[in-house]
Design a protein around this ligand. Sequence first.
Ligand code: DX5
Ligand code: ZN
Length: 216
Amino acid sequence: MAVQIVPSILSANQANLGAVVHQLRATGLETIHLDVMDGNFVPPITFGAKLLADLKREAGGVYDVHLMVAHPEEQLELFAEAGADWITVHHEAAHHVHRLLARIKTLGKRAGVSINPGTPVTQLEPLLDIADLFLIMTVNPGWGGQELIEGCLDKVRWLKDRALAPVMVDGGVNLRTMAKVARAGTDLAVVGSALFKGDLNEILTRLKEQAATPQT
Ligand code: DX5
Ligand code: ZN
């Protein structure tokens, strides 16, 4: 099955985000990946819940919120109220991960769990029947435009053999790497910087060709 592309607006012109989301949605990309960074779990600081609320009002869309924050438990209500549809927490930042995922579901949202490249995928074993989404980081989080760490794709294969929930890959997905990401069995691929390096429609067409690469 082809990989679904989920655009990250991290590398877009931040002075223009409403227009960027309109443009992405006009190409049929309905789900927008929002990279929330707190200057603690990762060095940069990016988006807060108000930006999400404003974007949703201004440009619509389905929002997949990736919380790269040290205290995700403090952010769940804020992002849920702001209009998040999916909320993903990092396993490394969650002291009580089952409780966090349950809380997200109670708020009426889909609950995702993410792991950094240095975290073994077996850490997700207790969550196989609980998470609504598994987000496999293929770069160390913090910045767009990094090189995909290919060994992380084995984690996708491991999950696809065991989990029913979709598996998403995040980091370094571009025209060079999309076919490999697809072959690993990825359901959803976050694409950030690669989308904003030229004509969006042309890039998307080429990415989709790569994403449709049959599995071997
Ligand atoms: C990295 C973020 C990613 C990032 C991906 O910390 O979680 O979502 O935007 O950007 P690219 O596609 O440029 O690696
Ligand atoms: Zn992300």
